[in-house]
Design a binder for this molecule. Structure first.
Ligand code: PA5
Length: 445
């Protein structure tokens, strides 16, 4: 079970101040539970852990098995934003740090594309593809997003010229809307195996739909455990109580924002495998809360590395932030510091200690230093970084996000601001239909 500790905020906010936000969190919890708030037609994610069937999980496993029989060793997962970050964060968290170098072959390697428009990236991806046995998962809920569409056109042409049209179609799975969008049309016409992103689940809440589950499964990870962890967390999160970790987290972050003006939240990790959990979290909170001139800016650091770069600013720079530390109780590997007879590095005082003990002391020491420097501290604790605990963590953050955004008074489930750049990009690219916008934007250059 995920735990949230807010002791590191106690010297900054009075208990009465915090309790006022717990009361707001209770109201927001009811709105989320009763589905009576803004964006309530996008609450499908809430029920996913209970709704996912064994059959569905088996369908994903069947694709992995089919591709493995063909000898596929590289799967290109194409998508951006919510159609990318959930799978990426789980894969990064569950993979061996040196999986690429170790070249383990128990499942295909999954790489990502369609999350940028870099020509170099795509050309170099094709360098890799040309040496490997390739399949592709193309993901776009709307089916119309430019970045994945560009990447898919290139990958599709590569697969068709390498394997022929029929075999290429057997190596492509599309995940998109049930009815509309260019990807849906293409998938139907080309007869790709397809999965649906439910209408009532937004991109950033879609990690427990095929959007996240298929790439994670194809990469050889335990989606049953991921879903079981989410379900386990869900049972605790559904209870309206001041001990509910989502209520504590949502209440305190809003209290710090509104009462102290702490407008930046830094998600801190002490394990490189969690770097992309922060990237996923940034999208979840950034897109859900950053609108109507409000919202807490989500940032992240990877410690202890960033203590040697961002640490200075966090300790002494502009006092705009609070931190939420992702604390992991137990490392899953063991590495003990040995005695050295010469002790030239003067580390013998640590002989016999686990490296993770040093990591935990760095974490604790940093939290105390940052409190002294005026940066309130929260901690979100998970037992270990495995599929079960990760499922719980992701569901916790989603649930807390719904509550937090409702406390803030915004619709957590839309993202109107994302359209602004697209309109300009299409105008500059002279997309048919954008003639007037093209003229207008060119006059501004
Ligand atoms: O959270 C969201 O809805 C967005 O970030 C989308 O996931 C992102 O824009 C990709 O959209 P699509 O899956 O429609 O290509």
């Amino acid at each position: 079970m995920i735990k949230v500790d807010v002791k590191g905020c106690s010297s900054f906010v009075k208990d009465e101040q915090y309790q006022a936000y717990v009361a707001k969190a209770f109201d927001a919890f009811d709105v989320l539970k009763n589905e009576s708030g803004a964006g309530n037609d996008f609450l499908g994610w809430k029920k996913l852990p209970r709704q996912i069937t064994e059959r569905e999980l088996h369908d994903y496993e069947a694709i992995r098995d089919k591709w493995m029989k063909k000898g596929v060793d590289l799967v290109i997962a194409i998508g951006i934003g919510g159609s990318y970050l959930g799978a990426k964060c789980v894969l990064e968290a569950l993979s061996h740090n040196f999986a690429k170098q170790l070249k383990r072959k128990d499942a295909p390697e999954v790489v990502f594309a369609g999350n940028n428009l870099s020509e170099e990236y795509l050309a170099e991806l094709m360098d890799l593809a040309s040496e490997r046995n390739v399949a592709c998962i193309v993901i776009s809920k709307s089916g119309t997003t430019t970045e994945p569409a560009v990447a898919f056109r290139i990958v599709k042409q590569f697969l068709e010229s390498r394997y022929g049209k029929a075999e290429a179609a057997d190596r492509i799975v599309a995940i998109t809307d049930a009815r509309k969008g260019a990807l849906k049309t293409l998938a139907t016409q080309e007869n790709y195996e397809s999965f649906v992103v439910p209408d009532n689940v937004g991109g950033r809440f879609s990690v427990l739909t095929p959007v996240g589950l298929l790439p994670i499964c194809v990469a050889g990870f335990d989606i049953n455990a991921l879903v079981a962890g989410a379900l386990d967390a869900m049972k605790g999160l559904e209870i309206k109580s001041e001990k509910n970790p989502a209520i504590i987290y949502a209440a305190m972050r809003n209290c710090l924002f509104k009462e102290l003006g702490k407008s930046t939240e830094i998600l801190v990790n002490y394990n490189p495998k969690l770097t992309y959990v922060a990237e996923w979290w940034k999208q979840l909170y950034g897109e859900s809360e950053g609108k109507e001139g409000t919202g807490i800016f989500p940032a992240s650091v990877n410690n202890t590395a960033d203590l040697h770069s961002m640490g200075q600013f966090i300790q002494e720079g502009t006092r705009i932030m609070f931190e939420t530390v992702l604390h992991v109780d137990n490392a899953q590997r063991s590495m003990v510091i040995e005695q050295d007879p010469q002790n030239l590095d003067q580390l013998n005082y640590l002989a016999g200690q686990h490296v993770e003990h040093c990591n935990h002391m760095a974490e604790l020491g940093t939290q105390i230093a940052h409190i002294d420097g005026g940066v309130p501290q929260m901690a979100v604790t998970m037992e270990k970084v495995d599929a079960f605990n990760l499922g719980g963590l992701l569901y916790f953050f989603e649930f807390a996000c719904g509550i937090s955004a409702y406390i803030l008074g915004v619709n957590p489930f839309n993202q109107p601001g994302v359209e602004a750049y697209k309109k300009n990009m299409f105008a500059l690219l002279e997309k048919p239909g954008y003639e007037e916008a093209t003229k207008a934007i060119k006059e501004r250059l």
